[in-house]
Design a protein around this ligand. Structure first.
Ligand code: ADP
Ligand code: ZN
Length: 296
């Protein structure tokens, strides 16, 4: 069996895994994200221990960002301008590469999750394919034309400009950069600030859900119009509220208003905007899939 290492690096917790795929998970550990030195130290301890009994072929990392993903850059693999205290300009891959002596491949947490869902989950055979996470932050990973999308930097769909009706939603958003961007209006903490209680405690019939769905639908509609994805997965903590799915689907149909003449949108949208098939393992399994790419 070919085995790989994976790290899902999140702002609150880290998940490390050794696996050959979703059905061949050998070991997994999670610990809180503290300082870079301590956190990277714990990653090294886990993989060093695992490598005493397993040969790993490569290490894949899906990380919070923003990240420098330009292989020609002297700061390749760094977390760059994150607002997370202590983590600005952190070399995430240097020590791992040096001490584990493995090929390391890194991408955004959401690109990794997109690859995970593409490889083993709801994105199989779908190109372009988009993965959103709607949780503490909002992120968007894109796989298109056979690969994960990078460019000037990488897609930052969580900060998409939103149309907000101040009558319906007087909350001005809380993104430190943009105020009422997508993340500023629709992330879990945005819901918490707007309604004065955590999203998971809001009742099913609360108007919060229709408003939330309308922001998600704005972003999804814009992506349908720009990239013409073949399927869209909506993941992350907030999307555990299953009632959001039908609301988002109806809003997308209403916003597109018959313009995108595909039966997938007009009739089969239930199969188009879907939850992640890998659940909360999309990110870490996607990082296993990233590691597999290090060798091809
Ligand atoms: P992270 O984004 O930190 O990886 P999550 O995707 O679980 O973690 O997102 C956490 C956010 O999602 C929090 O703001 C929380 O309030 C919200 N959240 C978590 N679970 C639920 C739920 N079942 N319903 C609504 N919101 C939730
Ligand atoms: Zn923003």
């Amino acid at each position: 069996m070919k085995l790989y290492g994976a790290i899902e690096a999140g702002g609150t917790k880290m998940v490390c895994m050794v696996a050959g795929g979703p059905d061949e998970i050998i070991a997994e550990t999670r610990f809180p994200t503290t300082t870079p030195a301590e956190t990277i130290g714990r990653m090294l301890a886990f993989f060093n221990e695992q490598m005493k009994s397993h040969q790993l072929l490569a290490l894949g990392i899906g990380s919070f960002g923003p990240l420098d993903l330009n292989p020609a850059s002297p700061t390749y693999g760094y977390i760059t301008t994150t607002p997370k205290p202590g983590w600005q300009q952190t070399d995430l891959i240097g020590r791992l590469k040096e001490e584990l002596k493995l090929p390391v491949i890194i991408d955004t947490d959401v690109n990794a999750a997109a690859l995970g869902e593409f490889t083993w989950g709801a994105g199989q055979g779908k190109d372009p394919f988009i993965y959103y996470t709607i949780g503490t932050g909002i992120g968007m990973g894109v796989r298109a034309n056979g690969g994960l999308v990078h460019g000037l930097t990488h897609p930052e769909g969580g900060h998409m400009v939103m149309k907000r009706d101040p009558q319906r939603d007087p909350f001005e958003g809380f993104c430190p950069y943009h105020g009422d961007c997508f993340e500023g209006l629709a992330s879990g903490p945005a819901m918490n600030k707007r309604w004065g209680q955590k999203a998971e405690t809001l009742p099913l019939d609360h108007p919060a859900w229709a408003l939330e769905a309308s922001y998600i639908a704005q972003s999804v509609s814009n992506m349908v119009l720009t990239l013409s994805p073949q399927r869209i997965v909506l993941g992350g903590g907030v999307m555990q509220q299953e009632q959001l799915f039908p609301l988002v689907r109806r809003e997308v149909q209403s916003m597109l208003n018959g313009y995108v003449q595909s039966p997938v949108i007009m009739e089969f949208i239930d199969d188009y905007i879907v939850p992640p098939a890998l659940g909360n393992q999309a990110g870490v399994l996607g990082s296993i899939a990233l590691a597999m790419q290090a060798l091809v």
